[in-house]
Design a protein around this ligand. Structure first.
Ligand SMILES: Nc1ncnc2c1ncn2[C@@H]1O[C@H](COP(=O)(O)OP(=O)(O)OP(=O)(O)O)[C@@H](O)[C@H]1O
Length: 468
């Protein structure tokens, strides 16, 4: 794009991403601009973007009205509105929410819900209730199920927004039968459980959901809520075996370690003793008692109907994963082979096998060797230390993800490994899957023909090191 002298532009700025500027000189292959702070910058025209000099200082409530819909224009508009406490802005039918990081009760009270009920989308100021109302109306008018996608980076406010959508749908949809607990309440009651196993501290959020969640609110023909279901997706499996400071592994591990009686039973100790937890030195969360949280998780398990036997099985498996992570390998006598490193590793291997209820030597053989299928039959190949550790981590991740997931069929990832087969078989029968239990407790309406699905799923994030 070519610029004339006097043109209003945006120029990249290290501090505030984009700075307002004006072109003061146009040269052969470069342009000289002066920013509103009085800084003179010589840059190439490709590094500039056009700016609307007459942009409304208060911003516009729908960004399709912007003269230039480019990145700085969008950011500037959102920041102008945010400064006036307007956290919501439309871009056509998309609602953009900027996290206020402070409670704004007046935005979400009964009066506000009343105002948005049945009003055409776009008629009132942008609001999450307007989106929820539009989807409810569309579902009722067209007898067609709707979906709302809530996306953004960690800490952006997806979980809060999902709750607000549920709050509004509960308001317009109520409950069909004489149940005094709203669907919103029932789904929220299961939150401590999902959070214990699916949330972790990240750099941006002390209680970050590390999984995608699809909440399905089911309605009867008259538009009354008749049931709900939760489905979870894409649990961040790599966190089970790898974390970096100041992040943490899933809350449930710290909770179990902090609850003396149960921790002792599974030969657990302070998180600093376990490889899967001590890669980061952040063990505590400000203002949170892990032991108290453990009791809360147990209570949530009771509420959703997980039996004591199943609860024990779940925590036994968590302990097994922690012991498994402490199994280390050293080079074996044969080339590219590995053996258990020392007595300490042997103790943890023994504990892992005991808690997984499988044979210790088979577990070791599975971790330190690999079966390859050939036409002549299967060949067992020894694994070196690095490969054996990777195999250990893969087992830990798979077991944890299966414990959390809602998927019914258990997939045998390594069908030729006897121990994994045994472990898998044990898990599929003795384990209750957490999300399955939650759905039973909330109460699904399998006959529902119309529903609104709210998908709360994290957007892309940049990690120093990526791992599956
Ligand atoms: N609309 C809102 N009003 C007030 N506070 C909010 C709002 N949205 C978000 N917050 C604040 O931001 C915090 C983080 O929000 P939330 O947990 O919803 O983020 P998230 O996008 O789900 O994060 P993650 O992907 O890490 O789970 C909340 O605990 C809350 O304090």
């Amino acid at each position: 794009m070519s610029y004339r002298k006097g043109a209003a532009v945006w120029v990249e700025d290290k501090q505030c991403a984009w700075a307002e500027a004006e072109v003061v000189d146009v040269r052969d292959k470069s342009v000289v601009v002066t920013t509103s702070q009085g800084k003179k910058i010589t840059t190439s025209p490709e590094k500039l973007l056009p700016r609307d000099p007459e942009a409304d200082l208060g911003g516009v409530d729908d960004m399709t009205k912007l003269t230039y819909l480019n990145e700085p224009g969008v950011l500037y508009n959102l920041s102008r509105r945010y400064a006036l406490n307007e956290i919501y802005t439309y871009t056509g039918s998309i609602l953009i929410a900027v996290n206020p990081f402070t409670r704004l009760p007046h935005l979400y009270d009964g009066h506000m819900m009343d105002q948005y009920k049945g009003v055409r989308f776009g008629e009132l100021s942008p609001h999450v209730f307007a989106v929820a109302d539009a989807s409810y109306r569309a579902m009722m008018n067209d007898t067609c199920s709707q979906s709302i996608l809530v996306s953004g980076e960690s800490g952006a406010g997806k979980t809060e927004t999902t709750k607000l959508i549920m709050q509004y749908l509960t308001y317009v949809g109520g409950r069909a039968v004489g149940d005094d607990r709203t669907v919103e309440q029932q789904v929220l009651e299961s939150n401590p459980l999902l959070e214990a196993f699916g949330n972790a501290k990240t750099v941006r959020n002390n209680n970050s959901s590390r999984f995608g969640k699809f909440v399905e609110i089911q309605f009867d023909q008259s538009g009354r809520i008749s049931g709900a279901a939760i489905r979870t997706y894409l649990l961040e499996r790599s966190r089970v075996v790898q974390i970096t400071d100041p992040e943490r592994n899933y809350h449930c591990f710290y909770q179990l370690c902090a609850f003396g009686k149960d921790a002792e039973r599974y030969k657990l100790a302070h998180p600093s003793n376990f490889h899967y937890l001590n890669q980061s030195k952040t063990y505590e969360l400000d203002g949170v008692s892990s032991a108290q949280e453990y009791l809360q998780t147990r209570r949530a398990m009771d509420i959703v109907g997980i039996s004591l036997i199943d609860q024990e099985a779940i925590f036994r498996t968590l302990a097994a994963i922690l012991h498994l992570g402490n199994v280390e390998f050293s080079p074996g006598k044969e080339h590219d082979s590995s053996i258990i490193k020392d007595a300490k590793s042997n103790f943890h291997l023994q504990m892992a096998a005991e808690l997984f209820m499988c044979d210790q030597s088979l577990l070791l053989a599975t971790l330190s060797s690999r079966s390859i299928q050939t036409r002549e039959g299967s060949i067992v190949k020894a694994l070196d230390c690095a490969a054996a550790a990777a195999s250990r981590d893969a087992l830990a991740k798979t077991v944890y993800a299966r414990l959390f997931d809602w998927h019914a069929p258990f997939i045998f990832l390594f069908p030729f490994h006897t121990v994994w087969f045994l472990t898998a078989a044990y898990l599929s029968t003795a384990f209750c899957r957490l999300v399955e239990h939650i759905n039973k407790s909330v109460g699904q309406d399998v006959d529902s023909r119309i529903q609104i699905g709210v998908l709360d799923i994290y957007g892309f994030e940049c990690f120093k090191k990526n791992r599956s």
